[in-house]
Design a protein. Sequence first.
Length: 189
Amino acid sequence: MKTPLIIISVLGLVVVGWLLISNTGQRQNMNASNNTIAQIQTDSAAKFEKAPDFHLQDYNGETVNFSDFDGKPLVINSWAAWCPFCRKELVDFASTQKEFGDKAVIIAIDRAESLEVAKGYTDQQGTTNNLIFLLDPSDSFYQSIGGFSMPETIFVDKNGFIVDHKRGPMDINEIREKIKKLISLYYNI
């Protein structure tokens, strides 16, 4: 009768010991994870890549350079009139540009379409005067961000580093949240 009780006691001690060791490891992993997140937040320049430089023309034929926006939070969207997801997103970007004003600049770069196609589309949509629209006849910007889906949007901090890269469409709530996060980096909130 004493033997089963001893076996049960030993097994109980083994289980308790295993649980203690397991929980200690999880706490160490959680602490390591929290330290990693803190490091990313405090040293973003070392963790993120610089946004690609560009020299593109707007609808009026004026050259616009990436450096024109030094020190400003940027949202740069790569779009095309043939992309069904881009259509809704441009309207949402125009709406959020109005909402956030000069706290962030939203730039929409058309992928290798003519001025007639791009501007004709944004005129029809009613967004032409609400965003900065640029033409990229060689599709170099899209290629420089490693584009492979449509649309693609990068969020660039005031130092010119990409802090978020969204592949695929976003709804207005996601756009709004990402812009709020970008602005909070700018104002160190």
